[in-house]
Design a protein around this ligand. Structure first.
Ligand code: NAG
Ligand code: NAG
Ligand code: NAG
Ligand code: NAG
Length: 546
């Protein structure tokens, strides 16, 4: 029987060796170890090779550790296991994990790798048993405890989602059930606040991102520096829509608070630039149809500046401008909503449509005059612009304005009030419309070059609302930075200068000079039959002779 035993022993030995070998292959726990400090963030260079990040967490008061990594463009994957199983790993440009500590844990190990060579900002925060645990009552995402803010973007809006939190427990204790009743100590008493923090406009650098993340690294800092998007109760939907700002970095932060201990915890923030980064280093932001829009808006902006200063002096040019704006806006709006064309084609078609609309308006002025009709068109554009300005204030985030009908009725009313009220002083309305709208278009074009978001938001919020059905739910928080302030001041200054310049240019002229067609006919000395001065057309001469 001796050889039997020997065989058994050999077999056991072989199995053991094979297991070791196998374990070694799939679980390369020989990954280089980096010891990390628990407070503050550090920059680590990652590549496709797995690294082991290690934190010391011996403090018995700590119940869990929230580990997070952020990169600018490359995807990082983090996990508590070196094999990166799907149910305990997370990938993204912002990725984090919640590690619950057992009483015997002295060190916490987290494994990370990136899709390419990249710098990552790595940090860990220790939470006590009284702090709520972010993402602990996860039902919809893959990881059991998912403290990440899930963020995606489209051309028009961003969508953020997060898993509900649970109340904290001391180190080593079992967490409370998520479906427990609404007792005094359950997840139903937790409240959530969602904040946005805007990175510097036009700065797509890694450094700006890492600095921004440092600014909002604690609950107090988030409350102080962030812009509040929404407050949610534990029964609200944990999904929020926002306005996508292409090329502007926005950090989305969620704070969960437990009122019974007056404690709060942060989720892993998520950052989006609402654009696809190029693969070159350093990455640049590409939005669809960038070149087309740039050329389109540059030409339009230059023309707007001309109209701002000389609008009332060259009426044909001014009405061309307004005709162009109205028909291109309507074209972009209808095409965006009802056709599946790319944005380039929409811009192209709307430029063509704008030409026709502008040409028609200029022709009307040239042939017939009709100042009342044409000025009301200009007034309508001005009214729409002013309504759009109101619609980017926090008013738009109120519940009633989620209703499309009410929203558009408000915009239409806003757009109509001004031209109707000011129609009796046609000249003033015409000059104001040229100055305000012309300078606005010029400021939008300038803002595009300086990467300022605000001027563009005013018109784009209206367009997005018309084009994208889901934009209705979006909460709009304005990124108001120094550059935006300067552009608004510039807008005001251009407006005033434009009004003065138009007044100077036209002070010796009749309010609405005759239309060129009639003028030419008179110059040619043709006798005009009296009945041709039709009152139906509200002839320019009537104004001119006043
Ligand atoms: C990844 O970085 C490590 C050092 O951190 C280096 O030893 C390794 O060669 C790199 N791997 C690749 C694929 O670049
Ligand atoms: C990482 O950061 C360092 C210092 O800021 C910089 O020199 C280096 O180019 C960065 N690496 C990558 C891959 O961006
Ligand atoms: C980014 O790229 C994806 C596919 O690569 C595309 O579906 C998406 O529309 C792009 N987003 C923008 C804003 O261009
Ligand atoms: C809750 O904590 C904050 C600071 O963390 C403090 O300012 C506030 O007074 C506390 N409230 C109560 C009711 O203890």
């Amino acid at each position: 029987m001796k050889w039997h035993r020997a065989l058994l022993f050999l077999r056991l030995l072989a199995t053991f060796a094979a297991n070791r070998l196998y374990a070694h292959e799939t679980a390369p726990d020989n990954a280089p170890v980096t010891n990390m400090p628990i407070s503050g963030s550090s920059i680590v260079t990652l590549n496709a090779t797995t690294v082991r990040l290690r934190w010391r967490a011996a403090d018995p008061l700590l119940a869990g550790l929230l580990v997070q990594l952020h990169t600018l463009a490359e995807t990082v994957t983090v996990s508590t296991s070196p094999t990166f199983p799907p149910d305990s790993s997370y990938s993204g440009t912002s990725a984090g994990l919640w590690v619950a500590l057992s009483p015997f844990d002295i060190h916490v190990n987290v494994y990370a790798r990136a899709s390419g060579v990249t710098n990552a900002s790595v940090s860990a925060t220790g939470y006590t048993g009284e702090d709520p645990v972010p993402g602990a009552c996860n039902l919809e995402f893959r990881m059991e405890n998912d403290p990440n803010v899930h963020l995606r973007f489209s051309e028009f809006e961003t969508v953020m989602e997060f898993a509900p939190a649970n109340v904290g427990v001391a180190r080593g204790e079992d967490p409370l059930s998520c479906d427990a009743g609404q007792g005094s100590r359950s997840r139903w008493q937790l409240t959530y606040e969602v904040y946005q923090y805007f990175l510097p406009e036009g700065d797509l650098s890694e450094g700006a991102l890492f600095d921004g993340l440092k600014v909002v690294d604690s609950v107090e800092a988030v409350r102080r520096h962030g812009s509040k998007m929404s407050s949610l109760s534990s029964s609200s939907k944990t999904k929020l829509f926002g306005h996508a700002f292409p090329g502007l970095g926005v950090i989305h932060v969620v704070v969960v608070s437990d009122p019974s201990f007056n404690t709060s915890s942060l989720y892993v923030p998520a950052v989006t630039y609402s654009c696809n980064f190029s693969s070159v280093v350093p990455p640049t932001c590409h939005t669809q149809g960038e070149i087309f829009s740039l050329v389109f808006l540059t030409l339009l902006g230059t023309y707007g500046l001309f109209v701002c200063f000389t609008g009332h002096r060259f009426l044909e040019a001014e009405y061309f401008f307004f005709g162009f704006l109205i028909s291109s806006f309507l074209c972009i709006l209808l095409m965006g909503r009802y056709s599946a064309q790319s944005i380039q084609l929409c811009v192209l078609y709307s430029a063509v449509a704008g030409w026709w609309g502008g040409f028609l308006c200029a022709l009307c002025r040239w042939r017939f005059g009709i100042p009342l009709l044409l000025t009301s068109l200009a007034g309508l554009v001005l009214g729409t612009l002013l309504a759009a300005v109101v619609m980017v204030t926090p008013v738009v985030n109120t519940e009633p304005l989620r209703n499309d009908l009410l929203y558009w009725v408000c915009v239409a009313t806003g757009a109509l009030v001004l031209p109707v009220l000011m129609l009796s002083c046609t000249r003033a309305l015409n000059m104001a419309a040229s100055a305000i709208v012309g300078s606005y278009v010029a400021v939008v074009a300038l803002g595009l070059y300086l990467h300022a978001a605000l001027p563009h938001v005013i018109s784009s919020a209206l367009l997005r609302r018309a084009v994208s059905p889901s934009y209705r739910q979006a909460l709009l928080v304005l990124p108001f930075q120094i550059l935006d302030g300067l552009l608004i001041v510039l807008w005001g200054a251009l407006m005033v200068c434009g009004l003065l310049s138009q007044w100077r240019l036209t002070r010796d002229r009749p309010h609405f000079p005759q239309c060129p067609y009639q003028e030419r006919r008179q110059h040619c000395g043709q006798p005009r039959p009296v009945d041709e001065r039709s009152p139906l057309l509200f002839d320019g001469q009537d104004f001119g002779s006043q």
